[in-house]
Design a protein around this ligand. Structure first.
Ligand code: SAM
Ligand code: SF4
Ligand code: FES
Length: 346
């Protein structure tokens, strides 16, 4: 039955597609609670009770892509775009380090204004100032570019595959292709980045089978990080009026990914905190062990509108830092004090 299948996942970390589909559809709340409980238990036993914070720097809202779900897509002409100078980026990262962040995430739309040389300089300057790990989340680039940025000191890279089903991928991404996405992930692995990938839960046209394929692909890629967030419709995209992803399904995917990838770093995403006031807390109790608070000055925050009603829009970095520590402590957990790197099987 359901609980036996959860136990199997907890012990073997290996399920086939049909078994994952069954776990995604518990028949009652008791079964679902058992899934979350075992994922939380495994999280405690593998990656422990520290919650690692990543300071998120959203340094440019310009994007050459046109992903159907995203508010930064290039056809959204109502967005007032911005680009930070390297000096500003380095300053924001330094302020984050002063607030205690041990990882800086540099994220943007796919903005070719920032060449690999420019990004490399920024990484070097950040690392000269402070003892931090640097994660990049800037989309698809060439092997050479990934290599330059890795040599400059980038430790990790986040590139979600968004959906593991090639036809579904094509329907979400009018100007990208699935094979390129996977090729980029392979290049990043090859270059020794800690690689993060993941999906969006509740994308239009998504089925339970698709979600099971997403989880299988995360396992196959053996990612060091898995980002799982609900779809939130944006009115200036083709997906306006579509249904939002649900909290329940997002939490189930988080929990199953924890059972399948015991040592992965799994964030309680900003998106899950946006669809429910306790969303991040619930994710942290269903397998997640990372949070990525925004460290941008508040004047830029409304202008990086991936989806509407994003949390923390009016906050300053210090507020979010205190708020998140309160949340973590309220769950009986501690803020991580090291880089929070991937710890395989220790
Ligand atoms: N441009 C880079 C990329 O796509 O990898 C990084 C920035 S992009 C805004 C970061 C993530 O936002 C994407 O991987 C996607 O999963 C997520 N995202 C975009 N639009 C979303 C939406 N409407 N709902 C939920 N997540 C969304
Ligand atoms: Fe651009 Fe990333 Fe948004 Fe796609 S998800 S439109 S690549 S910012
Ligand atoms: Fe930003 Fe709570 S994390 S206000």
């Amino acid at each position: 039955d359901y609980k036996q299948l959860v136990d199997k996942a907890y012990e073997k970390h290996n399920l086939d597609k049909e078994e994952i589909e069954r776990l995604l559809m518990p028949e009652n709340s008791e079964d679902e609670a058992y899934l979350f409980k075992k994922a939380d238990q495994l999280r405690h036993e593998t990656v422990g009770d520290f919650v690692h914070l990543r300071g998120l720097v959203e340094f440019s809202s310009h994007c050459r892509r046109n992903c159907n779900y995203c508010g930064l897509r290039r056809d959204n002409t109502s967005l007032l775009r911005y680009r930070l100078s390297p000096d500003e980026i380095v300053d924001i990262a330094h302020n984050a380090a002063m607030l205690g962040y041990k990882t800086i995430v540099l994220q943007s739309g796919e903005d070719e204004f920032y060449t690999a040389d420019i990004i490399s300089d920024i990484i070097r300057r950040i690392k000269q100032n402070d003892d931090v790990a640097v994660t990049l989340c800037i989309g698809e680039r060439s092997y050479e570019e990934y290599k330059l940025m890795r040599q400059a000191g980038a430790d990790r890279y986040l590139l979600k595959f968004e959906t593991a089903n090639p036809e579904h991928y094509a329907a979400m991404h009018p100007d990208m292709n699935y094979d390129d996405r996977i090729r980029c992930l392979m290049m990043l692995k090859d270059l020794g980045y800690e690689v993060g990938s993941g999906n969006i839960v509740g994308l239009p046209g998504q089925t339970i089978a698709h979600l099971a394929e997403d989880i299988m692909l995360l396992k196959e890629l053996d990612v060091e990080m898995a980002g799982i967030g609900p779809f939130i419709p944006h009115s200036n995209t083709p997906f306006r009026g579509e249904a939002m992803g649900t909290l329940e399904m997002t939490l189930r995917v988080v929990a199953i990914v924890r059972l399948m990838l015991p040592y992965a770093n799994i964030p309680a995403t900003t998106a899950v905190g946006t669809i429910h006031p306790q969303g991040r807390q619930k994710a942290l109790m269903a397998g997640a062990n990372v949070v990525m608070p925004n460290v941008m000055p508040s004047q830029y925050r409304p202008r990086y509108e991936i989806y509407p009603s994003k949390i923390c829009i009016g906050e300053q970095p210090a507020n979010c830092r205190m708020c998140i520590e309160g949340i973590i402590r309220s769950l009986g957990r501690e803020v991580g004090t090291d880089y929070g790197s991937y710890k395989a099987g220790q």
